[in-house]
Design a binder for this molecule. Structure first.
Ligand SMILES: Cc1cc2nc3c(=O)[nH]c(=O)nc-3n(C[C@H](O)[C@H](O)[C@H](O)COP(=O)(O)OP(=O)(O)OC[C@H]3O[C@@H](n4cnc5c(N)ncnc54)[C@H](O)[C@@H]3O)c2cc1C
Length: 299
């Protein structure tokens, strides 16, 4: 264990999530190099330990018991960005807001709506994050992925199989290392003005200054109202379990009022699913991903 560079033991995960809940990771790595990641993942596999990757924890519900294996956190330490031949090369841990602003500094844009998504490039690629009809896959050319067998491969745009909040990374436990984007040539002041406009929109429509996991459920699609509207229709706005509460500002957001546990949030999620299912026959599937727990009602 001591031979694995920079791996720490029993590290609290709550501070690494936007909900600010959850127990510790048994082993935890914030790598600075690909080699460190490969070494740690090889070690976890050899020990028979589960392992996973996180970014800024903005789409994660971590169990109160924590995670019994290795968590690799790709954030500030693995956040390089460079530009060559009009293309952006970004590492997985780069914050999306930084990605947008750095791009605009080089008069490259098109991903401005990502500025309000509080995750990393890696988390966004894994989730195929989108906002205002712009997906992180816009302009994406290729990316490097660490496979569970320790091999690093380059995947093309098609290889990632971008879908609504899902990619092949989840199916095959691929760890996204870095990627290349061909962005649009844009006017920098106009891009920055758009960024400010988008930030104002977020502040008006969503709870931005309280701990939250973002949109709790995927929108059911088809003819159904959006998840937030369904939650309002069953009278669950402001519904509380312990320290967890359905946001007044946006019913698809659950906020941590202070002292919430993962169990509180999980119970509230199940209650919302039950109410909507019983009233409308619609099963709302969580968008939030569980770490050490399965989010929502059993499937
Ligand atoms: C206030 C708020 C607003 C939000 N608004 C939006 C929005 O408008 N649109 C939207 O799509 N989402 C939104 N989200 C959700 C969230 O920000 C996105 O899903 C984001 O892309 C997650 O990035 P992350 O770095 O926080 O990932 P995490 O939450 O840490 O992880 C999410 C998933 O990605 C995986 N993952 C993370 N990094 C990697 C990697 N390098 N390689 C492989 N897998 C990885 C994790 O294993 C996990 O399964 C919002 C969240 C909040 C709190």
């Amino acid at each position: 264990m001591n031979s694995v560079a920079n791996v720490r033991q029993d590290v609290a995960l709550a501070p690494f999530t936007t909900w600010q809940v959850g127990g510790p990771a048994r082993y935890f790595l914030e790598p600075t190099t690909v080699e460190e990641i490969v070494q740690a993942v090889d070690w976890a596999r050899a020990e028979g330990l589960p392992w996973t990757t996180i970014g800024r924890g903005s789409n994660l519900l971590v169990s109160d018991e924590g995670f019994p294996g290795l968590v690799v956190r790709l954030a500030n330490n693995f956040a390089g960005v460079r530009f060559a031949e009009g293309k952006m090369h970004a590492q997985a841990g780069l914050a999306l807001a930084q990605m947008v602003v750095k791009g605009l500094e080089h008069s490259l844009g098109g991903l401005e709506p990502m500025v309000g998504v509080p995750g990393t490039v890696g988390g966004a690629v894994a989730m195929n994050a989108s906002a205002h009809h712009v997906e992180i896959s816009k302009g994406f050319i290729e990316g490097r992925v660490l496979r569970p067998n320790g091999q690093v491969e380059t995947w093309s745009f098609d290889d990632f199989r971008f879908q609504y909040r899902h990619t092949r990374l989840h199916d095959e436990q691929g760890l996204f290392l870095d990627g290349v984007w061909q962005l649009d040539v844009v006017d920098k002041p106009a891009g920055l003005a758009r960024v400010r406009e988008l930030q104002q929109w977020r502040n008006q429509k969503q709870p931005t200054n309280v701990p939250t996991g973002g949109s709790t459920f995927r929108n059911p699609g088809g003819e159904h109202p959006a998840a937030g509207a369904l939650i309002e229709l069953v009278g669950a706005k402001n519904l509380k379990v312990g320290g967890a509460e359905v946001s007044e500002k946006h019913a698809n957001f659950i906020i941590n009022r202070g002292g919430a546990t993962a169990a509180d949030i999980q119970a509230l999620i199940c209650e919302l699913q039950t109410r909507v299912r019983d009233r409308f026959g619609v099963v709302m599937h969580p968008e939030v991903i569980g770490l050490g727990l399965a989010v929502g009602l059993p499937r």
